[in-house]
Design a protein around this ligand. Structure first.
Ligand SMILES: Cc1cc2nc3c(=O)[nH]c(=O)nc-3n(C[C@H](O)[C@H](O)[C@H](O)COP(=O)(O)OP(=O)(O)OC[C@H]3O[C@@H](n4cnc5c(N)ncnc54)[C@H](O)[C@@H]3O)c2cc1C
Length: 442
């Protein structure tokens, strides 16, 4: 265990204000004395959460990246067990050659398995597979009283459900056992479909979900009038195709430094969206591609978050129940257009009907929308508050892993079950996010 400074989060909004930063490694089987003597401690996976749920202002952060051993992998059954700091990228490098894939992957391969559990992440296959937590068989939880608890649906089931999606607040997960998904190869048979407006997205999405294991849509958030919500639906099924080479690792392009101001503005987004829409509309149809560009297109440019400059950026991700989704998302797009803020990344996905796997899980039946906004201070916060009003009035929720600013009142109305998690929280664990959203609520 060594001291190491400055662990941040992806949005770059609140960096490096923890008082002590510790690095856990293999065989660290007790919580460090320094962590327990501080006002609180929290695990930090790989900092791919956007806001403050992986930060602990004024107290201790413990990086789990060094806890990255594979404990067991059975290529006959696809059962996999590892320490929490293993990255999805590292997992796939080991298992794909044997015909096994992570049951759920997010939009980046640089998240740890511990982070995947603590935020109960979802992916392009949510309509069939649910969230990551639904594939967890068991894990070990180390609590600050020194107890080591095996948690599964039958052993310590409350802590099992509390820790999945529990934002790292129930203790340190030291090992995780989960089920992989069998695949015929490393490739994806991809189909792209154009939709000319939001209604067309809603018309085509169900039919495509019946044919494809993975679906997600990019939308042009600055489109207007009869084109409001136009976009491209990307669909895919796992396929063999050994003739295709994986894009070479180590050739990643990178944003080398953080400029003082954001490089992202509305005219640039408008131009990008036009070119992106037209280019994809022209290339609509099917093709065979490697799984990496299909699942993780953003990973092609290392540190792309730096383009938002020193003030960082917010991601807003909500899920709106099915009946209200089309109207609510239409209203949000109009509000965003009026703000002239715009977002390169605007992702739309219909989620499946599975019940959330954890007490505080985000993913649930409905349609999820995710958008990135440069941080311009008050006007950005006002826009996000307005989006919150639409989400609240349509019975939706905002994703805690992406949030850096929702009010305690919004959080409490989205997640009235938060008190259950508070009861299961390890008294030595806390986060900047949890203090912020539970402040003044009793
Ligand atoms: C480009 C990009 C695309 C994304 N796409 C998606 C997506 O499609 N779907 C989705 O759901 N999310 C998505 N995310 C969000 C990301 O998947 C989650 O925030 C994920 O939890 C980050 O994992 P991490 O390893 O970086 O953990 P961190 O962000 O460092 O931490 C996340 C949480 O895990 C806890 N934690 C980590 N390790 C442990 C442990 N050993 N024990 C207990 N708690 C622990 C931390 O305390 C914290 O609460 C995306 C993020 C990015 C940057």
């Amino acid at each position: 265990m060594t001291e190491e400074p400055r662990y941040g989060s992806w949005g770059g909004l609140q960096e490096g204000r923890s008082r002590r930063e510790l690095r856990l490694a293999w065989r660290d089987d007790r919580l460090p004395e320094e962590a327990l003597s501080d006002s609180s401690c929290l695990c930090h996976g790989n900092g791919r959460s956007y806001g403050d749920s992986c930060l602990n202002d004024g107290a201790t952060l413990m990086s789990t990246r060094g806890m990255d051993r594979v404990i067991d992998f059975d290529p006959a059954t696809g059962a996999f067990e590892c320490e929490p700091g293993l990255l999805i990228k590292e997992l796939l490098e080991i298992t794909v050659p044997h015909g096994w894939f992570s049951p759920v992957v997010p939009g980046t391969q640089f998240v740890t398995i511990g982070g995947a559990v603590a935020n109960d992440i979802h992916g392009k296959n949510h309509h069939l597979a649910g969230s990551f937590g639904s594939h967890v068989l068991s894990f070990e939880l180390l609590r600050s009283d020194g107890s080591r608890l095996t948690c599964s649906e039958s052993e310590n089931p409350e802590l099992f459900r509390g820790t999945i999606g529990g934002l790292g607040l129930t203790g340190l997960i030291t090992r995780i056992r989960f089920r992989l998904k069998h695949v015929p190869g490393a490739h994806i048979e991809q189909e792209k479909h154009v939709f000319r407006n939001l209604s067309q997205f809603f018309e085509m999405t169900e039919e495509l979900e019946n044919r494809f294991e993975h679906t997600v849509a990019w939308i042009d958030c600055l489109s207007k009038g009869r084109s409001l919500g136009r976009g491209i639906m990307m669909c895919g099924n796992h396929a063999s195709g050994s003739s295709l080479k994986a894009p070479r690792a180590g050739l990643l392009r990178s944003v080398p430094l953080t400029p003082p101001f954001t490089l992202v503005n509305a005219p640039m987004i408008r131009a990008f969206n036009e070119v992106y829409f037209q280019k994809n509309a022209l290339s609509a149809g099917s093709s065979l591609i490697h799984h990496r560009p299909f699942f993780f297109p953003l990973d092609g440019v290392e540190n792309w978050n730096r383009i938002y400059g020193r003030r960082g950026f917010h991601q807003y991700q909500c899920v709106i129940p099915h009946g209200a989704a089309e109207d609510a998302i239409g209203d949000m797009l109009k509000r965003i257009r009026r703000s002239r803020a715009g977002s390169f990344l605007a992702v739309l996905k219909r989620m499946g009907s599975q019940k959330p796997a954890g007490i505080l899980s985000f993913s649930r039946p409905g349609v999820t929308l995710a958008l990135d906004f440069s941080n311009h201070g008050a006007p950005t916060l006002e826009l996000l508050e307005d989006l919150d009003r639409i989400t609240r009035s349509s019975g939706g929720v905002v994703y805690c892993a992406k949030d850096a600013r929702m009010s305690p009142e919004s959080f409490q109305s989205y997640y009235p079950q938060w008190r259950e998690l508070e009861r299961l929280r390890d008294p030595a664990f806390n986060s900047s996010f949890w203090r912020r959203v539970t402040k003044d609520l009793s």
